[in-house]
Design a protein around this ligand. Structure first.
Ligand code: UFG
Length: 331
């Protein structure tokens, strides 16, 4: 199939492009390089630099690449903290960008789309593991814009010939198997990259955000899922749509939760380094426990995450961080 990947220079986008190309699919990438990196773009993908909110640009790409089977849409801002400080940036990029994209899809008769949603659509969960049918009440602007995107797709698909799959990721982590691409945010806010930056000497310590949660060791529990397993799910979701699958929403996680302290201990074991950790204040808006039920993705998409031990995930991330201590900068 020929797939247009929006945000294909970003973390999850670039890993999905690599898996698509490994499976001999044709890939076209659009990215504005605001948070993505040119170095993360696979050499066999065709790349157009530009912004989703630019309809003329989108139409030009759609006209040139006129045999696109479907779109995988990662192009969004995704930092919870930043979304609380600058909510309109999130409404603009995540919602206006998606609105313009939908207009261009309709005009160019592109009818299939798989897009990134998030566990942040649930807010404070009522049940663990979380099911797709559980209440969605985001506690931050990022989650709110992703939920609004899901609803935009729902209503637009009722009026137009368009089908979508929404993928609600839990904690994406890990890196491509050979360490050529991996997680690189600037500034970095995510737990595993920060821990590994301490291990590789580019950061002094990790601050544990709260040890007074109602969990086994007092620190927050999350469901860590390897980015290449996420990539596989996108390809399966696109194949599902192309086979006539109906609109759908799936959680993507491992179904197993680890505390922040357990992640640090595993990273110490994997890296053989002492990792200085300091207990600090809770971070506003962090739920105590987020663990997915991904039963539905396994049943409907036949998704089979295989890189699922925390040790293996951290090993792959460590390979990336030790080969590229400054991420994509100065490579
Ligand atoms: N944490 C620390 N110290 C740090 C960074 C994180 O203790 O320096 C803790 C957090 O408090 C949290 C856990 O590590 O308990 C994981 O934090 P991350 O920032 O790595 O990830 P989040 O769970 O906050 O966020 C992830 C995705 C978001 C998504 C969110 C859903 O990265 O995109 O899950 O809640 F919105």
């Amino acid at each position: 199939m020929k797939v247009l990947v929006l945000g294909g220079a970003g973390y999850i986008g670039s890993h999905t492009v690599y898996e698509l190309i490994n499976k001999n699919h044709k890939v076209v990438i659009i990215d504005n390089l605001e948070t993505g990196y040119k170095q993360a773009i696979h050499k066999d993908a065709k790349f157009y630099e530009g912004d989703l909110r630019d309809k003329t640009f989108l139409n030009e790409v759609f006209k040139k690449e006129n045999d696109i089977d479907g779109i995988i849409h990662f192009a969004a801002n995704s930092l919870v903290g930043e979304s609380m400080e600058n909510p309109l940036k999130y409404y603009d990029n995540n919602l206006i960008g998606t609105k313009v994209l939908l207009e261009a899809m309709i005009e160019n008769n592109i009818t299939k789309i798989v897009f990134s949603s998030t566990a942040a659509t649930y807010g404070e969960p009522e049940n663990i593991p979380i099911l797709e049918s559980d209440k969605t009440e985001p506690t931050n602007t990022y989650g709110e814009t992703k939920l609004a995107m899901e609803k935009m797709f729902k209503w637009v698909s009722k009026a137009h010939n368009l089908n979508y799959v929404s993928l609600r990721y839990f904690n994406a982590c890990g890196a491509y198997k050979d360490g050529t691409i991996g997680e690189a945010h600037n500034p970095e806010t995510h737990l595993i990259p920060i821990i590994l930056q301490v291990a590789n000497g580019t950061r002094e310590q990790i601050n544990i955000f709260g040890d007074d949660y109602n969990t086994k060791d007092g620190t927050c529990i999350r469901d860590y899922i390897h980015v290449s397993d996420l990539a596989d799910a996108h390809i399966l979701a696109m194949e599902y749509l192309l086979k006539g699958g109906e609109n759908n929403t799936f959680n993507l996680g491992n179904g197993v939760g680890f505390t922040v302290k357990e992640v640090i201990e595993t990273a110490k074991k994997v890296t053989g380094k002492d990792i200085k950790a300091v207990i600090s204040e809770r971070r506003v808006g962090d739920p105590a426990v987020l663990v997915a039920s991904s039963q539905k993705a396994k049943e409907v998409l036949k998704w089979n995450p295989t890189r699922n031990s925390l040790e293996e995930i951290i090993k792959s991330a460590w390979k990336w961080h030790s080969l590229n201590p400054n991420g994509f900068d100065n490579n």
